[in-house]
Design a protein around this ligand. Structure first.
Ligand SMILES: NC(=O)c1ccc[n+]([C@@H]2O[C@H](COP(=O)([O-])OP(=O)(O)OC[C@H]3O[C@@H](n4cnc5c(N)ncnc54)[C@H](O)[C@@H]3O)[C@@H](O)[C@H]2O)c1
Length: 265
């Protein structure tokens, strides 16, 4: 049986670990030819190997999302390797807690703000910009961006991160508006707390890691963390023709976190 992304070329940024890795794997299971685009060559190769073990098709292309030329090269090299681009999944991001202990509004360094903004927001735009010439040639073009529940509600130690994620939501709508005439759909989703290295890093920056983890878990109506494999299913849905009339949309994938103001004990 043909997969949902059969034969489609899918570029996944940040596919070296976490949700990007699982989305890349699920896209490959669905017949996609996957480009694992990450700054980390070692973890990228691991993702490629995992996909190959399951009989999928994947290559890795190193990208530094802070560098415009590197992003353009990613798209050009993808098209050289696979003959075009059908899906861009702009998944990669960083959190300021990975970069500095001084995360409060008044202490945050300007340079950290710039890094978070460059990778989380500007690079999402640049991925779109440099993929569009190829997406215009595709019969099933789609862009799937990743925002966060932090685009809707604030939380501590995340001023730059949440601001960029709010930006990604709006950029998704403006991109969808500009690109609809080419049949290119642009959507995003907003996860709450998902079990990935980013979440582990965030927890290690907290004074009481266990208490913060319990709070994050308890904030979900489904009182557990989300799994990257669950998010990967949504990424595939938004990338494939099953979502053919969905455009400029933002999906919560948050275990019900934003549906209430309670805390499971
Ligand atoms: N984990 C969560 O709880 C959570 C919640 C909401 C939203 N998100 C979002 O989901 C997406 C995936 O998050 P994750 O938790 O899997 O992240 P992660 O930190 O586990 O993985 C991020 C990947 O991005 C790569 N990356 C970082 N900087 C890069 C750069 N300059 N160039 C290229 N690649 C770079 C890293 O090498 C890594 O492989 C992100 O957009 C994140 O903001 C995560």
């Amino acid at each position: 049986m043909a997969g949902k992304l059969e034969g489609l070329v899918c570029v996944v940024t940040g596919a070296g670990q976490g949700m990007g890795r699982e989305s890349a794997r699920e896209m490959a299971r669905q017949g996609g030819k996957v480009v694992v685009a990450d700054i980390n060559d070692v973890t990228s190769q691991e993702t490629v190997a995992l996909i190959a073990e399951e009989g999928g098709i994947a290559i890795s292309i190193r990208v530094d999302l802070r560098d415009s030329a590197s992003i353009k090269a990613l798209m050009d090299r993808t098209a050289d390797a696979f003959g075009g681009i059908d899906v861009v999944h702009a998944n990669a991001a960083v959190h300021e807690t990975e970069l500095t202990p001084n995360t409060s509004i008044e202490e945050l360094d300007e340079a950290i703000w710039d890094v978070v903004n460059d990778i989380n927001l500007k690079a999402v735009w640049l991925c779109t910009k440099y993929a569009v010439p190829y997406l215009k040639q595709s019969k099933a073009p789609a862009i799937v961006n990743v925002a966060s529940t932090g685009a809707h509600v604030a939380y501590p130690m995340a001023a730059a991160y949440c601001a960029t994620k709010g930006g990604v939501q709006m950029l998704t709508k403006t991109s969808a508006t500009d690109l609809a005439k080419f049949g290119i759909r642009v959507n995003c989703y907003c996860p709450a707390s998902i079990r990935t290295p980013m979440l582990t890093n965030y927890l290690s920056a907290a004074e009481d890691k266990e208490a913060v983890e319990a709070t994050l878990r308890g904030a979900h109506l489904l009182p557990r963390l989300g799994e990257p494999e669950e998010v990967a299913k949504l990424a595939v849905f938004l990338a494939c023709s099953e979502s053919s009339f969905i455009n400029g949309a933002s999906y919560l994938i948050d275990g019900g976190a934003l549906a209430w103001r309670g805390l499971n004990g």
